[in-house]
Design a protein around this ligand. Structure first.
Ligand code: XMP
Length: 521
């Protein structure tokens, strides 16, 4: 295991992803939490930070104390902090260095094994290391800075007392001024792998198969012969979590999948069928009428969201009370939901915690089982593939919890849901058939609350309009509208208008986020 100490950099999670990609397990922890030197911990990486090491409130850790026990790698701020603490000089650069630079090797080191002589790296800093501390040496430079990579000089051969006097330990200590974790540092992944394998001696055996066997055996221990209840949504996280729990406790997992009336066309039946194939013990609950009754007359988006959330908890609670002796609640919580983030306005911390499928009803005092708590989304998918979960389910687009209710602008009625489901199915199936589904991040159809005039044959129509939405994005925080081919849009427009009675107009949403959002409500 590798520990990443976070100093608040926007790239910290990328370091973790790069380490995991090298099949080495790692965790991120705020810099101010004490390090637990447990068995199996093989190295520490210090992240970047928006701070300057010379700021009054700059976050500080005792690098020497860490390096006395383990290899340490500082990245950007982490490197500057290391240099400063050991007596080096870090100052504001004459020119700020942002973006592309070329790292030039000055000496050989196992950390730079396999790296080109001129390697593109990505800089993002306004301070730089002007002078290294005594006992440190330069590994690489760039055209504009003298210290792009450094190491503490090798201590081998010195007597114990000499080592003690120098204050330097035997464990390697490295620093990179640039960000090896970002995409534009073209050999950054190799640099990180070199640190993991060559410096820390990690074996790279943290694979999906390894994760599964370890997790299932932990779950067996945690749960024993007790019972687990869990809400499933048909989504990636809850399905993968449920399969893992089911591998550990079999039919002692009681899954509940609620049809809230605002799922996609045929989704309820299809998902239930998949759960059957996966041999999950899941009960499908048809609560459509209940949701429609609660939603009747409601037009405000936030109110609709609240109603769906609360009604879900109500239905889930009711089902839970039909079961006896339940001890645990299973959840598909993933790592980005639980990473404690370091605030740039000081060491205060905020903890995000959200539950994708409903919350824990207050009246149910259950312990949580969260087998995906330490996985990133792409890792959840890799585990899902290894578990044999169908590709369609694992690689589906994100779908909001309140479902089609926030894609029917204004009041939600059963008739409108059917109309939208039919139009949406044509669009989504079309994307799949034309090989476009995997090229967009998310797509959906929105039913607008306006009717307009059309003509079909000799008949005048007065019907609804749907908007098609498709976006490209990485995380849903920002998004661009997808430039789908005109021919495809023309084809889908025809299909919808000819096959869905009640819709006579199709428009395509060409707004990016920001300033628009992905959903219309
Ligand atoms: P927006 O519309 O904010 O959407 O650009 C960003 C992402 O979040 C999803 N979304 C939701 N997901 N409950 C959810 O579980 C919600 O209430 C909700 N609202 C938006 C949206 O589908 C997109 O992926």
């Amino acid at each position: 295991k590798i520990l990443i100490l976070d100093f608040g950099s926007q790239y910290t999670q990328l370091i973790a992803r790069a380490v995991r990609e090298a099949n080495v397990y790692c965790e991120i922890q705020p810099y101010h939490k004490p390090v637990n030197y447990e068995a199996g911990l093989k190295g520490i990486i210090l992240s970047g930070s928006p701070f300057s090491v010379n700021d009054e409130k700059a976050p500080v850790v005792d690098v020497a104390a860490m390096n006395a026990q383990l290899p340490v790698l500082g990245v950007c701020y982490g490197a500057q902090l290391t240099a400063k603490l050991y007596g080096g000089r870090v100052e504001k650069s004459d020119k700020r260095e942002y973006g592309r630079a070329y790292m030039v090797k000055q000496q050989d080191d196992s950390l730079l094994a396999g790296i080109s002589d001129r390697s593109q790296v990505w800089m993002s800093h306004s301070d730089s290391i002007k002078e290294l501390p005594e006992g440190f040496e330069i590994l690489a430079t760039t055209d504009s800075i003298p210290v792009a990579a450094f190491r503490k000089s090798q201590q081998v051969g010195k007597s114990e007392s000499q080592k003690e006097n120098s204050g330097l330990s035997d464990f390697p200590l490295y620093g990179f001024q640039f960000h090896p974790e970002v995409y534009h540092s073209t050999e950054g992944k190799t640099l990180i792998k070199n640190f993991l394998y060559n410096t820390c001696g990690c074996s790279g055996d943290w694979t999906p198969a390894h994760f599964i066997s370890e997790t299932v055996s932990n779950l067996k221990q945690q749960i024993g012969d007790k019972k687990v209840i869990m809400a499933l949504s048909g989504g990636v996280d809850s399905t993968v979590a449920a399969v893992l729990i089911s591998k550990a406790v079999g039919k002692n997992l009681f899954g509940i999948f609620v049809d809230n009336g605002v799922l996609r066309k045929d989704e309820f039946a299809q998902v239930i069928e998949t759960y059957k194939v996966l041999d999950l013990n899941v009960k499908g609950v048809d609560a459509r009428e209940h949701f429609y009754t609660k939603l009747a007359g409601k037009t405000d988006p936030e109110e609709k969201r609240k109603i769906i959330g609360n009604t879900f908890i109500e239905v889930f609670d009711q089902e839970a009370h039909k079961l006896t002796d339940i001890s645990f609640l299973g959840q598909g919580t993933i790592y980005p939901d639980v990473i404690e983030s370091v605030s740039v306005h000081g060491p205060s911390q905020t903890i995000k915690s959200h539950h994708n499928v409903g919350g824990l009803p207050d009246t149910m005092k259950l312990d949580l089982v969260e087998p995906l708590r330490f996985l990133f989304k792409d890792e959840v998918r890799r585990v899902g593939v290894e578990l044999g979960i169908p590709h369609d389910l694992l690689f589906r687009h994100p779908f909001p919890g309140p479902g089609l209710a926030i894609r029917i602008l204004g009041e939600v009625t059963e008739e409108k849901v059917t109309l939208l489901q039919n139009a949406d199915a044509i669009y989504i199936n079309g994307l799949k058939q034309h090989g476009l589904y995997d090229k967009v991040w998310q797509a959906g159809t929105i039913l607008l609350p306006v009717k307009s005039v059309g003509v079909m044959g000799d008949e005048r129509t007065y019907e609804f309009t749907v908007a098609l939405r498709a976006v490209t994005s990485v995380d849903g925080m920002t998004a661009d509208w997808a430039h789908l081919p005109y021919e495809f849009l023309a084809h889908i427009s025809n299909e919808i208008i000819n096959n869905v009675k009640g819709i006579n107009r199709v428009v395509y949403d060409i707004s990016s986020k920001p300033p628009a959002t992905i959903e219309w409500e």
